[in-house]
Design a protein around this ligand. Structure first.
Ligand code: HEC
Length: 142
């Protein structure tokens, strides 16, 4: 290997180590955000993670009933998932981190045969956080 090749080899190696470190750093910070239960304790039939409320559930009630319940329904079932996400029977929904759900509410979702419109232009960010807090508290075993 001549000097030039060696240099190239080293720099490729450095990039590889760098991205490995970044990848480890990312997965570490993700796991500290999501895993609040001890490993091994969470059985498949238990809600594995409890999430902090991002806002005020009391203030979110009125927002939920006004802006969300036409689709999600006052009982959170989304008419058994036909109109919207069913928070009551589909526990995978509220198992997602706050930031993921808040972004879905802010920007909307296009699902196979139904749509949630974006809410960022009709509700303030604190209002969106309060609405999610009401949902978590009322339908999410909090
Ligand atoms: C026009 C109907 C409609 C309205 C209004 C609506 N949603 Fe939704 N919502 C949906 C649909 C449809 C989905 C996605 C269903 C799917 O993916 O199968 C959804 C999904 C969600 C999810 C799950 C997101 C995810 O990433 O899994 C949350 C949380 C949510 N809505 C909260 C709200 C809140 C809070 C409001 C009121 C501010 C609201 N929605 C208003 C129809 C609606």
């Amino acid at each position: 290997m001549n000097n030039k090749q060696q240099m190239r080899y080293y720099s490729i190696f450095a990039v590889a180590v760098g991205s490995l470190l970044t990848a480890c750093g990312n997965s570490k910070s993700e796991s500290t955000v999501t895993a609040t239960t001890e490993p091994g304790v969470a059985a498949a039939n238990q809600p594995a993670v409890s999430h902090p409320l991002p806002g005020d559930p009391e203030a979110g009630k009125e927002i939920y009933l006004r802006a969300c319940s036409a689709c999600h329904q006052p009982d959170g079932s989304g008419l058994n998932g036909m109109l919207a996400a069913n928070f009551v029977s589909d526990k995978t929904r509220l198992a997602k981190p706050n930031e993921v759900l808040l972004n879905s509410i802010r920007n909307g979702i296009i699902a196979e045969n139904k749509v949630m419109p974006p809410h960022k232009d009709i509700l303030s960010d604190p209002e969106i956080k309060n609405a999610l807090s009401y949902i978590r508290k009322t339908f999410g075993d909090q």
